[in-house]
Design a protein around this ligand. Structure first.
Ligand code: ATP
Ligand code: MG
Length: 435
């Protein structure tokens, strides 16, 4: 029997891992600069938490969660997103007493039982960023700019024709004005039920807002003829949205108002946004987020407004490494050892253990082979490893307290006394060849 990974669950080989890891570090760097603090959440939460926060009638809860009963018959769910868990933690750990604003982020895998395709997996990584404590549009625009700064970082200083990310914003209104829009939608669409796809006919009563971003051409056409949500905003929501737009313009952040933008989770109010990436096809949303001012309260916590976003790591990586192949190649090269140690004979091998440890302690990436094979065979392995320099220790060198250093690209070589080895290596690695 041959085992295969579970459908939609991906292995990360070293070449992939380093590409993802680089992006995670980019995100961490910018988040720390903005004083966000990293936390770790459990992968499992009680099913009820997601039902209560994401919403019972959402696609995520109805169709996408991995839920099961454990050995004590307790219903548990592999987290499909991080905001619910963060709010649970916020309340349980009493984070409201900390100095405001409270800014946290977490990076890790999420799980959704969806149809796997390009940019859609069943286990995928999110960089999830949450901001608690203030309603001001300044913080929101700062957060939007932070998301864009993170996403664009890998393109800095490189020749990219133009920014590959597009920011779309909308306002979902608030508990005061949204219900009116919702009723309007249900009424208008009930009359045109045959002009909706099967899924949207189902959504009509349980989750009508989600019809707005259905990708079926028929639904798009139907929805396009409706009044936009902006016609229904209350004065507060309208003023808030205008303030956001004004500040985005002040910061010269290009954006598009998309009146059909909605999110798949119930907890959002007012400003929501998506950042789409070029070249992704149908699954083109790299980052999504918005305000969720009442979620903490609804989960039994304090009345603190909040906003946040989540970057889908795999989709971000698709855009980055598709547009910037050099970066991917450069990262892959950093996986190769710098030095490849080849001892010839038992004495050299014994001495080698310490030499290799010393070189590693000095910070070099070192590979070593302790096999009794011909020099030619061992050199072949060194070549394959992609190492820069081979360090060959034979009986002659041992006698002289020296070692043979060979540049594996140019073929040049030199015998160097062991006491001078580190200086020599440092020089060669800096100048990129033996001169
Ligand atoms: P979509 O409309 O693409 O299904 P969503 O509304 O379900 O997105 P969110 O819950 O807002 O997505 O998640 C935020 C981000 O996480 C998405 O923009 C995307 O980059 C990523 N993401 C969501 N689901 C998946 C998935 N199944 N596979 C890979 N990435 C995903
Ligand atoms: Mg989804």
């Amino acid at each position: 029997m041959k085992f295969q990974a579970v459908r939609g669950f991906k292995d990360w080989l070293p070449e992939e891992f380093i590409r993802y890891h680089y992006l995670i570090e980019v995100a961490r760097k910018h988040l720390r600069r903005a004083n966000f603090k990293e936390i770790k959440l459990p992968i499992l939460e009680k099913t009820e938490l997601f039902v209560r926060s994401i919403g019972e009638v959402t696609d995520i809860v109805q169709k996408e969660t991995y839920s099961f009963q454990d050995r004590n018959q307790e219903w548990l769910t592999l987290r499909p997103e991080a905001t619910a868990g963060i709010c649970r933690m916020f309340i349980e750990q009493g984070l409201h007493v900390r100095p405001k604003p409270i800014k946290i982020f977490t990076i890790g895998p999420m799980f959704r039982h969806e149809r796997p395709q390009k940019g859609r997996l069943r286990e995928f990584y999110q960089i999830d960023v949450e901001f608690f404590g203030n309603l001001s549009p300044y913080h929101e625009v700062e957060l939007l700019e932070l998301a864009l700064t993170i996403l664009n970082d890998p393109f800095q200083g490189r020749e990219v024709e133009k920014n590959p990310f597009i920011l779309e914003i909308n306002s979902l209104g608030c508990p005061e004005c949204r219900p009116t829009y919702r009723s309007y939608l249900v009424e208008a669409l009930s009359g045109a039920k045959e002009d909706l796809c099967k899924t949207c006919q189902d959504r009509l009563l349980r989750n009508p807002l989600r019809i707005l971003d259905c990708k079926e051409p028929l639904c798009r056409e139907t929805v396009g003829a409706l009044k936009p949500i902006s016609d229904f905003w209350c004065n507060t929501c309208r003023a808030h949205f205008e303030a956001i737009r004004e500040l985005l313009e002040l910061r010269r952040l290009p954006y598009v108002v998309n009146p059909l933008l909605v999110r798949g989770l119930d907890y959002y109010v007012r400003t929501i946004f998506e950042i789409k990436g070029e070249g992704l096809g149908a699954q083109d949303t790299v980052c999504a987020g918005g305000r969720y001012d009442y979620l903490l309260r609804e989960l039994g916590g304090p009345d603190i407004p909040a906003t946040g976003f989540a970057i889908g790591l795999e989709r971000w990586a698709l855009v980055v490494y598709q547009k910037n192949e050099d970066l991917g190649r450069h990262l892959e090269k950093t996986l190769n050892p710098e030095l490849f140690f080849i001892p010839l004979g038992e004495e050299a091998r014994r001495k080698g253990l310490k030499l290799v440890k010393d070189l590693r302690d000095s910070g070099y990436q070192v590979e070593a082979l302790y096999e009794e094979r011909s020099l030619k065979a061992l050199m072949r392995e060194a070549d394959k490893s992609g190492a820069k320099l081979a360090l060959i220790l034979g009986s002659e060198e041992l006698e002289k307290e020296a070692i043979l250093v060979k540049d594996l690209k140019t073929g040049t070589q030199k015998v160097i006394s062991l006491s001078q080895l580190k200086n020599f290596i440092e020089e060669v690695l800096r100048s990129e060849n033996i001169s």
